[in-house]
Design a protein around this ligand. Sequence first.
Ligand code: TMP
Length: 206
Amino acid sequence: MIKPKFITFEGIDGAGKSSHIEWFGESLRARGVRVLITREPGGTRLGEIWREQMLREQMTAESQTLLMFASRSEHLAQLIRPALMRSDWVLCDRFTDATYAYQGGGYGVATDTIDMLAQWLHSDCVPDMTILFDVPLDVSRQRLMRNGRSLDRFENEEKDFMQRVRDAYLGLAARDPQRYRLVDGSQTRDTIRNTLCDFLDELLPQ
Ligand code: TMP
């Protein structure tokens, strides 16, 4: 039997990852895999409460970092580890790479601090594959505006902030090509799905 996989979906706001995660999960299920789809920040009852506060309340970058990891700790304990233990695959909409990109790249929290928290909380649980959806800032902004809903604190940050987040993501991907798969999120839905099919084949060789 194939070892259950932990797969994360990352990208700046408006890169389109969330609209593809459900399809990816359904495609895995069609191939006979049991799948848990979840998200960060959130996933658990407490995590969803903290999510609202993190997205709406003013707080320091240090508080954001600690709350992201508090939420992640609950998520790992209640959902992610138990799912992997019962051999379900886990698809997670954002994980620790988002902390490196947003709190680290965006707000300047030191990489060593994030490394230390990640090592402390989940050295046993690192994603097997991370699919990074990358789009230029203008595309991201247009999509967020088209959406019509009110923007959260991160989406409301100035352009320079989102550029730093994007650069941080691309840096992470360049340093770990084994784990990362880069997808141009500005392509058509069908082209992106074709690319995702290649990843499915890689994960589940016939
Ligand atoms: P979402 O809109 O993709 O669900 O993500 C919510 C926001 O949370 C998004 O703007 C990125 C941010 N975020 C961080 O800043 N750090 C993190 O560690 C995570 C998981 C998300």
